[in-house]
Design a protein around this ligand. Structure first.
Ligand code: MG
Length: 249
């Protein structure tokens, strides 16, 4: 069931999203060679809690941290770890949300650790740009397939693989609400977009093939070919005036 939000509810949700965005930015600034992914999670968690919010991901479905931190060939759901020390050249995807007022935000970005290769930079830039290509299509009267198609076309035209097994989603009181928001699709197909919908759009884009696998820890998803993956996400409200990115500082 798709839960539409009133303007008052959107204002409450925007607060949670603003904290989510600030936490992501602060976590991203902590990405440095020699820092562990556990330390980055601590930075995010402390900030969220300092704002009177709670980390949405912590203990959700049993996830043990405030942020999913996925490095290089890890696509999503990486578990922060004291023994995972970042090194220059890594690309680091951080995905987190903060809950406040009964609502949650959800956002992600991939950060460069020190100097990264031109190939890594191009993957990150393309993935981020594809998110905005998708957001532009999140307008009343459009369809979910318009969003996915825009992302898919943009990335596949540049030679990248679009992950199929995991998708964006509705977001609000729950982290995962209807509808699913795939990063692929056909224009004019799928759920019709109406004002009051709030969706997380989150392209997960691979340098090589689209194939992914889950590690035996039951969480971390990696590329099958060992090549890099990037992930960018915003929580977006669909309004009569067009898409509004809620996860902005
Ligand atoms: Mg999400």
């Amino acid at each position: 069931m798709i839960v539409l939000k009133t303007e008052g509810e959107l204002r409450l949700m925007a607060e949670a999203c603003r904290i989510s965005a600030a936490a992501l930015q602060i976590a991203g600034e902590a990405v440095q060679p020699g820092v562990s992914t556990w330390e980055i999670d601590r930075v995010a968690r402390r900030f969220i809690e300092s704002q009177g919010a709670t980390p949405t991901f912590l203990n959700l479905y049993g996830f043990p941290a405030a942020a999913c931190i996925s490095v290089n060939d890890e696509v999503i759901h990486g578990i922060p770890d004291k023994s995972h020390i970042l090194k220059a050249g890594d690309i680091v995807s951080i995905d987190l949300g903060a809950r406040l007022n009964g609502y949650t935000g959800d956002n992600a970005a991939t950060f460069a650790c020190g100097e990264v290769s031109p190939e890594a930079k191009r993957l990150m830039e393309t993935t981020e740009q594809s998110l905005y290509e998708g957001i532009r299509k999140a307008v009343p009267g459009g369809r979910i397939g318009d969003v996915g198609s825009a992302i898919q076309t943009f990335c596949e035209d540049r030679g990248y693989g679009v992950v199929r097994e995991y998708t964006g989603h509705g977001v609000g009181r729950e982290l995962h609400e209807d509808p699913a928001v795939p990063n692929y699709g056909k224009p004019g197909r799928g759920v019709r977009l109406v004002p009051g919908m709030t969706i997380a759009i989150e392209p997960m884009i691979n340098e090589g093939t689209a194939a992914v696998k889950q590690l035996s820890n039951g969480w971390t998803v990696t590329t099958t070919d060992g090549k890099l993956s990037a992930h960018f996400e915003h929580t977006v409200a669909i309004t009569a005036n067009g898409p509004v990115i809620l996860t902005k500082c």
